[in-house]
Design a protein around this ligand. Sequence first.
Ligand SMILES: [Zn+2]
Length: 146
Amino acid sequence: MARFVSTYSHDRYVVRPRFRKSIDGGLRSEMVPGLAAEFENNTFDSEAEQLRLRWTDEERIEVEEFLRSCADFGHRISEPDLSGITSEPRIALSDLRTCLFVVTIDGDVEPCGRPASSEDGYCDKHASLAEAPQSKPNRSKAAASS
Ligand SMILES: [Zn+2]
C-alpha cells in the first residue's frame, strides 16, 4: 500500500490528462479517462483510490511512480514510512503462534494447532520431537543396496 501526504489539504497531481482520441480513422472519437492523484485531508491513498476509481494495478503504479518521481516529492508531498505504525494493538508474536508440527494423514496435512510454547515454535508435546536430531537418509547405504 502506498500512502502519500501533502502539505496542502486538497492537492491534485495530474498524471495523465484525459483526452479525446479519434477512432475509426477520425470518424468517431472517445474520451480516454485521465489519471490523477487527488489528496483529501492532506493524504492520498493509492489503493483506496484504485478501488474507488477502478484503476488497474498498472494505473495505480503509474500514479505512485509519478508522485515519487515528481519534483515536489520530498517537499510538498512525501510518502511517510508507515511500516512501523499500526492502528491495531500490537500482539506479541508468541501469542499468535501455533505449533509448527504437522502430520500427514492420507495426504492431508494437519497442523498440530496447539499453542506454541517453545522458542522455535512447537507445543509442549512436540518440542522434544523438534529438538531431536533429524534422521538423514544414509546415501552410501542406499547406493550400496541398489
Ligand atoms: Zn504440537
